[in-house]
Design a protein around this ligand. Structure first.
Ligand code: SD4
Length: 330
């Protein structure tokens, strides 16, 4: 039986729901699912986002430019040989070659990208060079290397003993089957909003371990692994690049925010798109991991992924912390 007190409670909840539902003007303001941050703020993928954010924060807290912050931030894991899917120490392709992908985008939609770049420890800085010093937006393979060398980057061996050992172990079966959150857990995508209210982003990776030589994932592709629209927000992705490219992932997330979705809802909808396509294509969702992080112009942010296990780091004036992303496959 409904007593008076529970009736009043139910009625109050119902009228609050009606009030929310009848608010049609700006859907985003009805949606409290995203987390609130305050500029300046920086977000990046995975555990090593903490160290990367710390480097970016040094620039952001001194009113520096988001573009400089994201470049400095992602250079931290790029230069760390212990990080096995980014830059130096990254796992090689099936021919034993470490080939790197990276891209960068600023508040004026300037873009630069390199793909399948060998022997250069900081592909993100080469991508920035492509953006600032060439008439193009993307250089690949030998051309990217040639450009890097012309800009004074040093040619180095990026295959560490550990990565070589793993590759030789892999060669015994030579089975290409990326494992969600294991082989593919190291791409760093970073997005930042600076004190002047400008957004920028960077993304860098050695891609899927033991990929075919020449394979390029989403990370160096503007619109797939990274997108920034200074009027709206920014997004970056990690995981199976093929799936992110299929839906133009980060451009989609930003466009969903443009339509009024919060960063959280935008990430959820992009993941839902991948889920649907995976089912349509009769593929097993359990074999796939994709995670998005998104930040809007107000400093609100969110994240969503297919499987549990993905986390991201957030740094603003309240500190630098790791957050576990919510996920679809529960
Ligand atoms: C790729 N998206 O090359 C990258 C891999 C990745 O965490 O994100 N790893 O497909």
């Amino acid at each position: 039986m409904t007593n008076r007190r529970s009736f009043i409670k139910t009625a109050a909840i119902a009228s609050a729901a009606v009030a929310l539902n009848s608010f049609k003007g700006k859907p985003e303001e009805n949606d409290f699912s995203s987390k609130k941050g305050k500029k300046p703020i920086v977000l990046s993928t995975w555990n090593f986002g903490i160290q990367a954010n710390a480097a970016a924060w040094e620039i952001l807290k001194n009113k520096g430019r988001a573009l400089d912050a994201v470049e400095a931030g992602v250079k931290v894991p790029e230069g760390d040989p212990k990080e096995r899917s980014v830059g130096y120490g990254g796992r090689p392709d099936r021919d034993g070659r470490v080939t790197l992908d990276a891209c960068i985008m600023d508040e004026n939609a300037n873009i630069g990208s390199v793909a399948c770049l060998e022997f250069i420890k900081h592909p993100i800085s080469v991508a920035r060079g492509v953006m600032e010093k060439t008439p193009h937006v993307m250089l690949v393979g030998d051309g990217a290397l040639q450009f890097a060398l012309s800009q004074g980057f040093k040619k180095e061996n990026l295959l560490t003993e550990e990565s070589e050992k793993e590759w030789k172990e892999w060669l015994k079966d030579s089975k290409y089957k990326p494992i969600a959150n294991i082989e593919n857990h190291d791409t760093i995508g970073m997005i930042a909003l600076d004190a002047s209210g400008n957004l920028s982003g960077a993304c860098t990776t050695s891609g899927m371990a033991f990929k075919m030589h020449g394979r390029v994932g989403d990370s160096p592709i503007i619109g797939a692994g990274l997108y920034v629209d200074n009027e709206i927000g920014a997004a970056t992705a990690t995981g199976h690049g093929e799936e992110v490219i299929r839906i133009s992932g980060c451009h989609l997330v930003v466009e969903l925010m443009r339509q009024g979705k919060s960063p959280q809802k935008a990430c959820e909808e992009a993941v839902a798109r991948i889920v649907k396509l995976t089912k349509n294509r009769n593929k097993d969702l359990k074999d796939i991991q994709v995670g998005f992080i998104a930040l809007n112009k107000k400093g609100e942010y969110g994240s969503y992924c297919i499987q549990g296990g993905f986390n991201y780091a957030v740094n603003d004036e309240t500190g630098n912390r790791l957050i576990d992303a919510d996920y679809f496959l529960k």
